[in-house]
Design a protein around this ligand. Structure first.
Ligand code: DUC
Ligand code: ZN
Ligand code: ZN
Length: 456
């Protein structure tokens, strides 16, 4: 047989083109694109379906250690299973350096958790929390050379934040060794000041999470991060941008010719701060950072996606169970928003939400959808053209998408390790009906876990 699999009669969509053709797959790779192919073990009829590159979600958190007593809801197994349900074939979780740990120790710990347990392919970003001379001078350069070419840093959180001087040191190593720094841009001191004041006033319900992190806190940190990167002349990616003012900081930098990139996420398109207003602890289901904002912020995030200010659309999947003392119902969290674990699930719903709200509602076209959910992630993080496109020679990572299917999102269909979805009851049009990893259809109910740790 010439091919292992032929996908026939579908409409192929890439970041640049839309065309009708058959796709021939052999040994996990795309080996032919032609009007009509024959001679395969298996033929998949994709009549009426879109044939797109599998989603790449370049911002997810899986099995990441947190505060004492708090446990992330997804393991590599459940998180990547849910990713596949949502049309993804690749995810990029973070490898968090715990204080006192070397970067290599943290990578080894994550490798042990991930290996043999993933339904989709995986590559790690690093999170640097302890930029010692050893980390900056030796570990980081060596790891960048080995392919760990993206590094996240935090400007807030007690255990994670770096001071400006430390940020400059990390940026400088990235500049010298050609890595990309991803920045969580919210200002630590301002958040602490506001949170202390709210606490003194007795304003401690989940809703006040949003009040403690207003837009100005994100805008200021975004501006500062861009300025620090400009000072050492190195690219930065501002992740999870939630509002117009931060988006405009990025746009201004781009217009000045700086290599500043932006990412936004589903929660900033379809949720608002009012979601955190729900009674009792229900609001905790929507507590994430930056927090969901208002309708104008949503509009600005759409503009950022339409105009190319944001080049990637990621989930920032960071799941904590709701009805669980190790999650959103943490005993201290019930007394004060400050201790509610920050983050919401969304690995399976990212693509359907962008397709329905973006493509079906005419805000973005199909090709931009593919760019934002797959191709641009592969290009930015050093995986292209092996990943992120449908082309001869690329891995056969493909999602078959029914653009007409109407689905009401409900948690049980997502097959993750969480116990809720923030998008419960949301009606979407368009749904992934088959996710194919290196030529093999992923069965989320099977024991097979073919996902590999991919080096860049
Ligand atoms: N930052 C993230 O990237 N994810 C969840 C929480 C956070 O602060
Ligand atoms: Zn973050
Ligand atoms: Zn995140």
């Amino acid at each position: 047989m010439t091919f292992d699999t032929i996908i026939t009669r579908g409409t192929v969509v890439t970041a640049s083109d839309t065309f009708s053709c058959d796709v021939g797959v052999k040994d996990g790779r795309i080996v032919a694109l032609a009007d009509k192919l024959s001679g395969a073990e298996e033929t998949i009829d994709a009549s009426g379906l879109l044939v797109m590159p599998g989603g790449i979600d370049s911002h997810v958190h899986l099995e990441q250690p947190g505060a004492p007593g708090i446990i992330m809801a997804d393991t590599f197994e459940t998180g990547t299973r849910s990713a596949a349900v949502g049309g993804n074939t690749f995810v990029m979780p973070f490898c968090l350096q715990e204080k006192g740990q070397t970067l290599r120790e943290s990578i080894e710990a994550y490798r042990r958790k991930a290996e043999g347990n993933c339904f989709v392919d995986v590559a790690f970003h690093l999170i640097v929390t302890d930029p010692t001379p050893q980390v900056l001078g030796q570990e980081l350069p060596a790891l960048i050379a080995e392919g760990f070419t993206s590094i996240k840093i935090f400007m807030t959180y007690d255990d994670l934040k770096l001071a400006d001087r430390e940020i400059l040191e990390v940026l400088s190593v990235a500049q010298q060794h050609r890595a990309l720094v991803m920045v969580h841009a919210e200002g630590y001191d301002a958040i602490r000041f506001l949170s202390d004041r709210l606490e003194r006033q007795g304003s401690t319900a989940p809703h006040f999470h949003g009040t403690s992190r207003p837009i100005a806190v994100e805008r200021e940190a975004t501006h500062r991060a861009i300025s620090l990167a400009e000072i050492v002349d190195t690219p930065v990616m501002i992740v999870h941008v939630s509002n117009r003012q931060a988006m405009e900081e990025i746009r201004r930098a781009q217009m000045r010719g700086l290599a500043v990139f932006g990412e936004t996420c589903p929660q900033y398109l379809v949720l608002t701060e009012q979601d955190m207003d729900r009674t009792g602890m229900e609001g905790a289901k929507y507590v994430c950072s930056p927090p969901p904002r208002d309708l104008d912020s949503q509009k600005a995030c759409w503009e950022g996606l339409q105009q190319g200010v944001f080049e990637v659309f990621s989930s920032d999947h960071c799941p904590f169970r709701y009805d669980d003392p190790a999650g959103k119902m943490a005993p201290r969290g019930k007394t004060n928003f400050r201790y509610v674990p920050n983050g919401i699930p969304g690995i399976a719903t990212r693509m359907p939400i962008l397709f329905s709200e973006g493509v079906v509602k005419g805000r973005i076209d199909l090709n931009r959808f593919v760019a934002l959910t797959s191709t641009n992630h592969a290009k930015r993080y050093g995986l292209y053209p092996r990943k992120g496109t449908i082309a001869v020679g690329s891995d056969a990572d493909i999602v078959l998408w029914d653009a007409k299917r109407e689905v009401t999102i409900t948690h049980s269909m997502l097959k993750d390790g969480c116990d809720y979805t923030p998008y419960e009851g949301m009606a979407v049009t368009g749904w992934p009906v088959r996710t194919i990893l290196r030529g093999r259809t992923i069965d989320p109910d099977a024991a097979a876990r073919d996902g590999e740790l991919v080096s860049r």
